[in-house]
Design a protein around this ligand. Structure first.
Ligand code: HEC
Ligand code: HEC
Length: 244
């Protein structure tokens, strides 16, 4: 019993002591296309998350939730529930309308939730998060193709082509990071546990130093939000899409 108690305590302490809430806004970029979190802001595809930790599940009258979420309305959101939901929305609450594959990396979830608890409670701590250009203005795939020129040194993108220094990017959208057959990735990228979609590519382009082993210096050329939106549009055109 004692050991169980200590292990439990140690786990709790780890989660608290080593969480890095300052990483929250970066991780929240994967949610921002669908969620606002400041008081009074409109709903997007998903409900405004202001006051999340003080309210029941599916509590907002002016948002139309799925039946699955509405049925859970008699309980509050806790960190534990949110951790499970955000990790795998469709496993945690089958039939939810939240079309998001999940935040598989446990560290990302600890950091995000530590920050979200404060940011959804105190408007002063919930900064205005810029909506990425791929949502506000959209991207131009033909311009993205031009921006892709320097990437061709290391990447092919047609179905039948083999890998170069980097993996073939055909069908990259919907694919799990680090999963192209026959390519041997760095453990860093494979361990990221993300699926590639507009949200995660946007984060990759900005946070590339933390993502893959060896810095992706080619992303320095994707500094402007419009360039990133165009590149995402081009990568999206490299069908097939599955899990977007
Ligand atoms: C593609 C759009 C989309 C993305 C991306 C998305 N969500 Fe959602 N989210 C939704 C929708 C739609 C709902 C309502 C689900 C339902 O009714 O079943 C929802 C519901 C929620 C709820 C329940 C809110 C309530 O009022 O009960 C939480 C919490 C949540 N999302 C958090 C997140 C977090 C954190 C992320 C990022 C890691 C995220 N979502 C990413 C669309 C999205
Ligand atoms: C100098 C070579 C090089 C250049 C230039 C380069 N990449 Fe990469 N790229 C790689 C390598 C190597 C990997 C695998 C990294 C790993 O295993 O950690 C990779 C991985 C990726 C992945 C993830 C693939 C997967 O299957 O998960 C994407 C997306 C990507 N690169 C996009 C780009 C884009 C867009 C550009 C141009 C702006 C670019 N890369 C330029 C070498 C390069």
């Amino acid at each position: 019993m004692l050991f169980v108690g200590i292990a439990f305590w140690a786990e709790k302490a780890t989660a608290q002591d080593f969480s890095q809430p300052e990483r929250g806004p970066k991780i929240f970029k994967q949610c921002v296309s669908c969620h606002n979190l400041r008081k009074g802001q409109p709903h997007r595809v998903g409900p405004n998350l202001h006051g999340l930790f003080d309210r029941n599940i599916a509590a907002l009258d002016d948002f139309s939730y799925s039946k699955a979420l509405t049925e859970l309305n008699d309980t509050k959101w806790t960190r534990d529930k949110l951790n499970k939901f955000v990790a795998r929305p469709h496993k945690s609450i089958p039939q939810t309308d939240m079309k998001f594959v999940g935040l598989l990396n446990p560290h990302d979830r600890i950091d995000l939730l530590a920050w979200l608890e404060e940011a959804t409670r105190d408007p002063a701590l919930s900064p205005e998060i810029d909506t990425p250009a791929y949502i506000t203005v959209g991207g131009d795939a033909s311009r993205g193709k031009q921006l892709f020129r320097p990437c061709k040194a290391c990447h092919t993108y047609s179905e039948k082509k083999g890998h170069k220094i980097g993996p073939n990017l055909f069908g990259i959208i919907g694919r799990k990071a680090g999963s192209a057959k026959g390519y041997s990735y760095s453990p860093t990228l494979a361990k990221r546990d993300v699926y590639w979609n507009a949200e995660t590519l946007e984060v990759f382009f900005i946070e590339y130093k933390e993502f893959a082993q060896g810095t992706h210096t080619a992303f320095q050329s994707l500094k402007s939000p419009q360039d990133r939106a165009d590149m995402i549009a081009w990568l999206k055109s490299l069908a097939p899409r599955r899990n977007e």
